[in-house]
Structures are given as C-alpha cells and as structure tokens.
Design a protein around this ligand. Structure first.
Ligand code: ATR
Length: 270
C-alpha cells in the first residue's frame, strides 16, 4: 500500500489508449522493493504546461513523456540534455536537485534491443521511416558508429532527417533491394494491427538483424518474413523494455531488472 513516504512517477500521453508502462515500472519497483508508484495520466496538448507545473509542485520523481508531447515538453523543463536536444525530443523528465531534466531513452532502447543480437559499431544499417521514432533510432545507430541509410515513402523527409543527423544516405523504400546491410529497423507504422510488411520479403538479407518498432502484433509480417529468409527477427517489445529500463536507471541509479520488465510487458498485453 502507498504511504506518506511513497514516491510517485508516471507517464503523460494522449489519448490515454493502452500503455504498458505502468505495468512495467510498477513490477520493477516491486522486484527491487522500491517504495514508489507509477500511474498513467491522459493529458491533452493544451494541458501539458499545467501538467508539468503539477509534476513540479507535487514533487513527482519522474515522468515519461509519450505521444504527442515529446517535442512540446522541451520548452517546459529546466534543462534538456545534449542527446535529447540533438534528437529533438524528450521522452523522460526526471527531478534532479529540484530541477526538471529532460532526456531521451528511446535511442538507448533501440540500441540495447539491437545489442541482444548484434554489435552496432561498423555495421551497415537501414532505417525505414522518417518520423519521430526514426530520429531516435537513427541517432542511436550513428552514436554507436554504424553507417546508416534512411529509407522512406516520402523521400524528402528521409533526406532532411539524414542530413540533420549525419546519416550516409536517404532514398525511397524500394532502394532496399540494392543496399547491402547487416541491420534493418522498421519505424514506419506499416504492420500495426494488420498483416502487411513495409518491404517485400525478397529484399530481406539472410543473416541480417531485422527489428520492428511495431509491437502489436508481437510477431509482425516483417518479422515472420525475416525468420523465413534466415534473418534474425527482433520484436518492438525489446525497444520498449530497454527504454523503460534506461528510465528506471536514470531515476533509481540501479540496474533495471530486464526480465521483470519484459514479463510485465507480456502480461499487460494479454
Ligand atoms: P512516428 O513519430 O511514430 O515515427 P510519424 O512521424 O507519423 O510517426 O511517421 C510515420 C512514418 O511511417 C513515416 O515515415 C511515414 O512515411 P511518410 O513520411 O512517407 O508519411 C511512414 N508510413 C506511414 N504509413 C505508411 C505506409 N502506408 N507506407 C509507407 N510508409 C508509411
């Protein structure tokens, strides 16, 4: 039971929809016997400033920031760390010495998920998509020393993203046919709750690591095709688990229990 000493964390998002973050973080708090509680707050854009003022006034320890607030929140916190500034988005606000510090753990989540299957440094990576999710993934890959190509239905968006972050190239998705690569990450919404893939199965390379940011369904068409082609599929669940782990570690300073987070993620989806 919460007491007067219980510390509070949470996530702000809109619409509330279904977020598995409370399940993951509360399970981690319980496993490490940390007296804290984690709630979801449905905050429409026009109320975000009040919500952050509330975080300040009520002394919440950490707030995860989800769609559609990741950019707007940057103007509402006291500091934004360098990585989040370069990505252009904050997904985590943590109280530190009375100040609210914005950071980004999405890129860490992507890297740590990939690192379950492969090293990143020196590898040739292709990222499908050029939205907010792509920015964090591309940033992470570059930060670890991969060579990155950005492919998107709308080429101009891919070109802009590649230029801003320093990726090697940008093109249409069909260019994948001619791009040798070790790592492929889908950040488009193609495959979300429907059995379609953003790329033809023949373009997937045997031996490559194929990660899908889409986690509903857990095994997407892209991941199934990857397995059939002899590539190594990696579900979007791991990106979410590891970005949550990085948030947990930012606030608590303790190593996150990955299996606990992963199990809680699974259970929350049932
Ligand atoms: P997020 O912030 O989650 O990345 P976003 O900014 O809306 O969301 O980006 C969605 C991405 O999915 C974009 O790369 C989009 O391609 P466009 O830039 O051409 O719009 C991609 N996407 C969405 N639906 C798609 C579809 N049917 N086919 C191909 N790409 C699609």
């Amino acid at each position: 039971m919460p007491t007067a000493a219980t510390r509070l964390c949470g996530i702000v998002l809109h619409p509330a929809g279904h977020t598995r973050s409370p399940a993951m973080h509360n399970a981690a708090f319980a496993a490490l016997e940390i007296d804290a509680s984690y709630l979801a707050f449905d905050v429409p854009p026009e109320d975000l400033a009040d919500a952050i003022a509330g975080v300040r006034a009520l002394g919440l320890e950490q707030i995860a920031v989800s769609i559609p607030h990741k950019e707007a929140v940057m103007d509402l916190v006291d500091d934004v760390d360098e990585h989040a500034r370069r990505i252009g988005a904050v997904n985590t606000v943590t109280r530190r010495d009375g100040r609210l510090v914005g950071s980004n753990t999405d890129w860490l989540g992507s890297n740590r998920a990939l690192e379950r299957e492969t090293e990143i440094a020196g590898k040739r990576a292709v990222v499908l998509g050029a939205g907010g999710a792509a920015r964090a993934v591309v940033f992470g890959l570059l930060e670890r020393g991969a060579e990155v190509h950005v492919l998107n239905r709308t080429v101009e968006r891919a070109e802009r993203l590649a230029k801003e972050l320093g990726a090697s190239g940008a093109a249409e998705i069909s260019a994948l046919a001619d791009l040798d690569h070790d790592i492929l990450v889908n950040t488009t919404s193609v495959g979300l709750r429907e059995d379609v893939s953003p790329v033809p199965a023949e373009m997937l390379r045997p031996g490559s690591v194929v990660m899908d940011a889409v986690y509903d369904p857990e095994v997407t068409r892209l991941l199934r095709d990857a397995a059939n082609r002899g590539a190594r599929p990696l579900g979007g669940k791991w990106m979410l688990v590891y970005q949550a782990a990085a948030q947990f570690e930012t606030w608590t300073g303790r190593e996150a229990p990955i299996e606990v987070l992963a199990n809680a993620f699974d259970e929350a989806g049932r």
